[in-house]
Design a protein around this ligand. Structure first.
Ligand SMILES: [Fe+2]
Ligand SMILES: [Fe+2]
Length: 398
């Protein structure tokens, strides 16, 4: 390829880069697009985008290990990316294995052989280091000064978009966290293991929703709205909600109203997720055959979201140990639900439950593991082990 053609090609790739990254607001997708486009523009074999985790003082990136994606973390200052992050200067290396800054561990993990490396810092609007752009193994020869200039331009463009996407991500996450905490508040009086139940049933709801053919984003919405299904219980008096004995018919009538209360609390919200949660709250005790409550709706008159969440909710309630009951085996829980397909539950959702059972059980294990870790972490936070070795408070005479 002639010099002129090469320049033209780079220019058009650059323009394309701008268009593609500008259109993306999800950080995850954005990082993927950036890495792929930068790799093309610089004719490199690989491109990694490392981002700074300010809380932990680390850099992180996603790496592909076979079919799996893993998050890799390195301390700032370690390896080439760490060096660039710490010093803010670019690095161009012709033979990685001869460079003392190069950490070979990563190659060892991924089975990759790094030869040439070009890395430049990624800076935010205020000049703060956001991360590092790193390209590996140029197709021919080593990276030139022109490559370095180009990578710097790309880094500047990418930084703005990464900053925006990070803001969106934070916003979305805090939104979700608020929803989740609201749900916890609602069920707090009910039983002590509510948090676990909510996390699991929320994951199951997402999996079932995708199995029902909904898009990834729709399934995510259902997943995040699902924990609010019982929020109306805040309006149910303790004498009913916490009654250890069987409810009288009048009490049960009152208990049923948690569906309507929940729907009212969430109705007409501006947030799409809350409106969805409202539909789920009102419909999660309706039965497919029309014998449920509060409105005795039948079949598809019940919202699809509620039909999905109901199965997830009941499956978790049966298959896990709750305060008021021992746990059933997974087989028994599936059997119970299958027998009620077409009566209590939408038969299609039940079929998806059976089909997706391995994925659901995997999610269940993952959530249970995570919760054990979270509990350990919060114990650490409240009762740090290092407390004993902390210097004694000095009392100053005032
Ligand atoms: Fe409920
Ligand atoms: Fe529930």
């Amino acid at each position: 390829m002639g010099r002129r053609q090469e320049l033209e090609q780079r220019q058009s790739l650059l323009a394309r880069f701008g268009r593609m990254v500008a259109a993306e607001t999800s950080l995850d997708t954005l990082l993927g697009i950036i890495a792929e486009e930068v790799r093309n523009i610089l004719s490199a074999d690989r491109c990694s985008v490392f981002l700074v985790d300010f809380y932990k003082g680390e850099l992180w990136t996603k790496i592909a290990l076979g079919m799996e994606e893993k998050v890799l973390r390195i301390p700032i200052g370690q390896g080439i990316a760490g060096f660039v992050a710490r010093t803010g200067s670019a690095v161009n290396i012709r033979d990685a294995y001869k460079d003392t800054r190069f950490a070979q561990d990563l190659d060892r993990i991924t089975g990759y052989q790094t030869r040439t490396v070009l890395a430049v810092p990624l800076r935010g609007r205020d000049g703060k280091a956001l991360g590092v752009f790193e390209v590996l193994n140029k197709a021919k020869g080593s990276f030139t000064e022109e490559d370095e200039g180009l990578l710097r331009i790309l880094a500047t463009m990418a930084a703005t978009f990464i900053e925006n996407a990070t803001l969106y991500d934070d916003l979305r996450r805090s939104h979700l966290e608020t929803i989740y905490r609201m749900a916890l508040v609602a069920e707090y009086r009910d039983q002590e293991d509510t948090g676990r139940h909510l996390r699991r049933m929320s994951r199951f709801s997402g999996i079932l929703a995708q199995g029902m053919g909904l898009s990834f984003l729709e399934a995510e919405d259902i997943r995040y709205a699902a924990p609010l299904h019982d929020i109306g219980k805040v309006a149910i008096p303790d004498s009913i909600l916490r009654k250890p004995a069987k409810l009288t018919p009048e009490e049960f009538e009152e208990m049923k109203k948690h569906t309507v209360y929940g729907a009212k609390m969430l109705a007409n919200a501006e947030s799409r997720l809350l409106r969805l949660a409202s539909k789920i709250a009102v419909g999660h005790h309706e039965f497919w055959d029309g014998t449920g409550y509060p409105y005795a709706l039948k079949g598809e008159a019940i919202s699809l979201e509620a039909r999905i969440v109901t199965v997830a909710d009941v499956f978790d309630a049966l298959s896990s140990k709750r305060v008021y009951k021992g746990e059933w085996t997974v087989e028994d829980a599936v059997k119970y639900i299958s027998e009620r397909a077409g009566k209590q539950f939408d038969p299609k959702v039940v079929a998806v439950l059976v089909e997706k059972l391995p994925e659901i059980l995997e999610a269940r294990d993952e959530e249970n593991r995570r919760m054990v870790e979270d509990e350990a972490a919060s114990l650490q936070q409240h009762f740090p082990v290092s407390q004993a070795s902390a210097p004694p408070p000095t009392s100053k005479p005032s």
